[in-house]
Design a protein around this ligand. Structure first.
Ligand SMILES: Cc1cc2nc3c(=O)[nH]c(=O)nc-3n(C[C@H](O)[C@H](O)[C@H](O)COP(=O)(O)O)c2cc1C
Length: 347
């Protein structure tokens, strides 16, 4: 057997728990991205052998139902739905997923209750959660979560403070009962292999798919991705500890600069007694309302929120999803084969 065939078999073995859990050919999830992860991208990822995930975001249950049905018309393969736990109609959203036999529900944006996890599982879907630290990961598994995603601060969108390099070392050696998928900053198959070797069962990527051919993101949004380097994908800055800002990673632009000015002006007005603390906080929070849609759908990449991870620097062209996944797999296989060569050469 050739070295490449051996390497491919090694890869299949490494991510088998992830593939079995997801029901996909390769253990690569297309991370849910609000406005981007809809029927076209999600079905393209699942049809290419990966695992697409619909971003429910602020959708109503009726709107989510429409999206699930439309996605099912485009793929017979499994895909997931990402629900934000603070959505006011979370239970109804779960019921919509269950009614339409969605196989996996990703519960994002906070620690889900055991009741909501039970609702997902009793309905026959598998429940996936996010672990921002080892203790929380263990707690989620106790609550009934069946797989974890650990997302490093390199990722696009809302991020925690810890890099994937560190989270992986903190969590992977200690969580063995459920599959763990790594996310954040991944743009090549070699990097995915390194985490599989540390015990991960698969990987979740967002940024690379946002710029794919099948992504409905505006041409300007994709062009901004092609132009950007890793260092352009920065997290939002908080000016005053009295006024918390949730860190979001995206491309620096007039909007992000305007956000600093807006915070400074609002804080000054608060200090001079012109606005209450609550109203000042609300004004800061509302600055970005609708901003992701403005960038993704309308193409206003100067004033909108161009959420992107540091892996944006590796996005060099707009490619079909099937090609992106095939390249990631090729790179992973090659990395394993080369590693074998290095080990034998030094023996
Ligand atoms: C434009 C954009 C929007 C995102 N929206 C969401 C979201 O609505 N819910 C969520 O759980 N994660 C969201 N994410 C995070 C992705 O699901 C994924 O975990 C992340 O992109 C992985 O890191 P990477 O961008 O370095 O590949 C978003 C990411 C991007 C780039």
């Amino acid at each position: 057997m050739s070295a490449m065939t051996d390497a491919r078999e090694t890869l299949n073995r490494l991510w088998k728990p992830g593939c079995d859990f997801l029901g996909s050919e390769v253990a690569i999830l297309g991370g849910a991205m609000s406005w981007v992860s809809e029927r076209n991208l999600v079905s393209a990822i699942s049809n290419a052998g990966g695992f697409g995930v619909i971003a429910c975001g602020a959708m109503t249950p009726e709107r989510l139902e429409e999206e699930i049905v439309a996605t099912q018309a485009l793929t017979k393969r499994p895909f997931g739905v990402n629900l934000i736990t603070m959505h006011p109609e979370l239970e109804r959203l779960v019921d919509v997923c269950v009614a339409h036999k969605v196989s996996h529900v990703v519960l994002a944006g906070g620690v889900p209750t055991s009741a909501i996890i039970k609702r997902v599982r009793d309905g026959g879907a598998r429940a996936i959660g996010f672990a921002p630290a080892l203790a929380l990961g263990k707690r989620l598994v106790k609550l009934g979560i069946e797989a974890l995603i650990i997302e490093g601060s390199e990722a696009g969108g809302h991020v925690g403070p810890v890099s994937l390099t560190v989270l992986a070392q903190e969590i992977l050696p200690h969580i063995k009962d459920v599959p763990v998928f790594v996310a954040g900053g991944l743009g090549r198959g070699d990097a995915i292999v390194s985490y599989l070797e540390q015990g991960a069962s698969g990987a979740q990527l967002g940024t690379i798919f946002a710029a794919s051919e099948e992504s409905i993101a505006h041409e300007n949004f994709k062009k901004a991705f092609l132009r950007a380097n890793a260092r352009d994908a920065v997290t939002s800055v908080q000016l005053d500890e009295q006024f918390p800002v949730i860190p979001v990673r995206g491309l620096a632009n007039a909007g992000s600069r305007g956000f600093l000015k807006h915070q400074a002006e609002t804080i000054r007005t608060f200090q001079s007694g012109g606005v209450s603390k609550e109203d000042a906080q609300l004004s800061i929070e509302h600055f970005w309302a609708g901003a992701l849609r403005r960038a993704v759908i309308e193409g206003d990449v100067e004033n909108g929120s161009v959420m992107a991870g540091q892996s944006v620097g590796m996005v060099k062209e707009v490619r079909p999803v099937s090609e992106i996944i095939a390249t990631l797999v090729e790179q992973a296989v090659e990395a394993i084969a080369k590693r074998e060569d290095r080990v034998h050469a030094s023996a």
